[in-house]
Design a protein around this ligand. Structure first.
Ligand SMILES: Cc1cc2nc3c(=O)[nH]c(=O)nc-3n(C[C@H](O)[C@H](O)[C@H](O)COP(=O)(O)OP(=O)(O)OC[C@H]3O[C@@H](n4cnc5c(N)ncnc54)[C@H](O)[C@@H]3O)c2cc1C
Length: 400
C-alpha cells in the first residue's frame, strides 16, 4: 500500500509495459518505487494490434508466460498492392515477428512482476502536475486519487504515460509532433474470417492506406485484429480512416465474410528520437520517450528494452544518491545505444516511403522476393533496392 507521507526513490507515472518493466528493474535493484495508473485496471481497455517481437521481449528480459500468448507466428507476409507478397519466416523477419499476445494479460503480468519484486501500484491515480522545489528541481507529482487531490514526493519522476505524455510536456522535453509523425489507428477484432492464422500480414496499398498500412494479426484460426494505421497528414475528413478500412475489407471477400466483435482506435507517435529524455530528477520511457518504431508503429518491445535500462538507472542513482541529469545520462546513453540508430533510420525511411506509388511498392516486394534477402529490415531492404532499382532509392541515399 502506498505511504502518502514517505518520499519514494521514484514515482513511475503509467502502468503500461514501459512503466511496469521500469518499476521491476528499479525494485529488483533495491529502489523504493511506486507506479501510479489512471485506469482502474492495468491493460484494459486494450488499444493495440497485439503483435510483439519475441526477440525484443527476450532481450528486454521479459518473463515469457504462455498465459499472455495468444498465438506464436511462423512469420510475416508483406503484401504488395498487386497481390504479390513476400513471405518471411521469423528468422528473416528481423525483430518484428513472434507473438500475437493478449495485451491486457501481458500488461497485467508485467505489473504483477513489478509488484512482486517490491514496487507499489496505485490504480485510479492520475498525475495532474509536477511538484518542484525552491530551486525548480522536480521532486514529485500532484495526483488525483479516486477524486482526492494528493501529492507523492519522490527523488525521481518517470514519465511512462504513453504517447500523449503529460509528464514529458510539463517537463518541456517533447516537441510538438508533425502531422507526418503521428499515426492514427483504427482496428476491428473480427471473427469468421478465412485467414492464414500462422502469419501476421501487412498490406501496402496507397488506395486504402496512404502513408501507412493495413494489418491482419491472427488471434486464432478464424479470428484476427484487422486494422489500419496512417499518418494523420493523410486523413482528409472525419470518418476517413473508417471509410478506408471498410473499403479495403469490402474488397477482400475472405475478410468481408467476417463479423466485427470489437473496435478500438488510438494514436501512435512515429517521429524521430527526441533530443533528451532526461533532466534533473526526471526520465521519460516508452511512447512517452518517443521510442516507438516509426515504420511499424510497434512500441511494446522498445518500451520494455528502454524500461529495463530506465529501471537499472533508477537503482544506480539511488545507490549513488545522485538524481542529476548528468547521472541519468546512464539511461540516455543505454537506450540510445540499443534503439536510436534504428529509430532514426526507420523514421527517415518512413518519410521517404510516404510519397511512393503503388507500382513502386510492387517493384520493391517483387525484388525482395526474387533476391531472397537474409533478414527483412529497412537497411537490407534499401541495399537490395539500390542494387536492382537505383532509381527508386535516390531519396534514400543518406540511409544506405
Ligand atoms: C491501434 C494501435 C495498434 C498498436 N499495435 C501495436 C502492436 O501490434 N505492437 C506493438 O509493439 N505496438 C503496438 N502499438 C503501440 C503500443 O501500444 C505502444 O507503443 C505501447 O503501448 C507503449 O507502451 P507504454 O508503456 O510506453 O505506454 P502505454 O501502453 O500507452 O501506457 C501508458 C499508461 O500510462 C497511463 N497514464 C497516462 N497518463 C497518465 C497520468 N496522467 N497519470 C497516471 N497514468 C497515466 C495510461 O492509462 C497507460 O496505462 C499500437 C498502438 C495502437 C494505438
Amino acid at each position: 500500500m502506498i505511504d502518502w507521507n514517505m518520499e519514494y526513490d521514484a514515482v513511475i507515472v503509467g502502468a503500461g509495459p514501459a512503466g511496469s518493466h521500469t518499476a521491476r528493474f528499479a525494485a529488483e535493484g533495491g529502489a523504493k518505487v511506486v507506479i501510479i495508473e489512471k485506469r482502474q485496471e492495468v491493460g484494459s481497455p486494450v488499444r493495440c494490434a497485439e503483435g510483439a517481437a519475441r526477440r525484443s521481449l527476450q532481450e528486454a528480459e521479459v518473463i515469457i508466460d504462455p498465459k499472455w500468448i495468444s498465438g506464436e507466428m511462423d512469420g510475416a507476409m508483406i503484401i504488395a498492392p498487386n497481390g504479390n507478397y513476400l513471405e518471411v519466416d521469423e528468422a528473416k523477419a528481423g525483430a518484428e515477428v513472434g507473438y500475437v499476445i493478449e495485451r491486457d494479460l501481458f500488461d497485467q503480468a508485467l505489473a504483477k512482476t513489478a509488484v512482486q519484486r517490491g514496487a507499489e501500484l496505485v490504480l485510479k491515480c492520475s498525475a495532474t502536475a509536477l511538484i518542484k522545489d525552491d530551486t525548480g528541481k522536480v521532486c514529485g507529482v500532484k495526483v488525483n486519487h479516486m477524486g482526492e487531490e494528493k501529492e507523492i514526493r519522490a527523488k525521481l519522476v518517470i514519465g511512462a504515460d504513453g504517447h500523449e505524455s503529460l509528464i514529458g510536456r510539463w517537463a518541456g522535453l517533447l516537441p510538438k509532433l508533425e502531422k507526418n509523425d503521428i499515426i492514427s489507428g483504427l482496428q476491428y477484432r473480427m471473427t469468421n474470417l478465412d485467414i492464414n492464422h500462422k502469419f501476421v500480414q501487412f498490406y501496402l496499398t496507397k488506395e486504402f492506406a496512404p502513408g501507412g498500412y493495413i494489418w491482419i494479426f491472427p488471434k486464432d484460426e478464424t479470428t484476427a485484429n484487422v486494422g489500419i494505421g496512417i499518418v494523420i497528414s493523410e486523413i482528409k475528413h472525419k470518418g476517413h480512416l473508417k471509410e478506408l478500412l471498410d473499403g479495403w475489407i469490402a474488397a477482400n471477400p475472405k475478410i468481408a465474410q467476417g463479423e466485427i466483435i470489437d473496435i478500438i482506435a488510438g494514436g501512435i507517435p512515429v517521429g524521430h528520437p527526441v533530443d533528451a529524455t532526461v533532466m534533473d530528477g526526471l526520465m521519460l520511457v516508452g511512447d512517452a520517450g518517443r521510442q516507438t518504431d516509426p515504420i511499424t508503429g510497434g512500441g511494446i518491445g522498445n518500451g520494455c528494452k528502454a524500461g529495463r535500462e530506465c529501471g537499472l538507472t533508477i537503482a544506480a542513482a539511488v545507490k549513488a544518491n545522485d538524481f542529476s541529469a548528468k547521472f541519468l545520462q546512464m539511461y540516455e546513453t543505454a537506450w540510445r545505444d540499443l534503439l536510436e540508430e534504428r529509430l532514426y533510420r526507420n523514421w527517415m525511411a518512413k518519410e521517404a516511403c510516404l510519397g511512393l506509388d503503388d507500382d513502386v511498392f510492387n517493384k520493391i516486394i517483387t525484388t525482395m522476393d526474387e533476391v531472397g534477402i537474409t533478414e527483412v529490415n529497412v537497411f537490407n531492404l534499401l541495399v537490395v533496392i539500390k542494387d536492382k532499382h537505383p532509381e527508386l532509392v535516390e531519396k534514400f541515399q543518406d540511409l544506405i
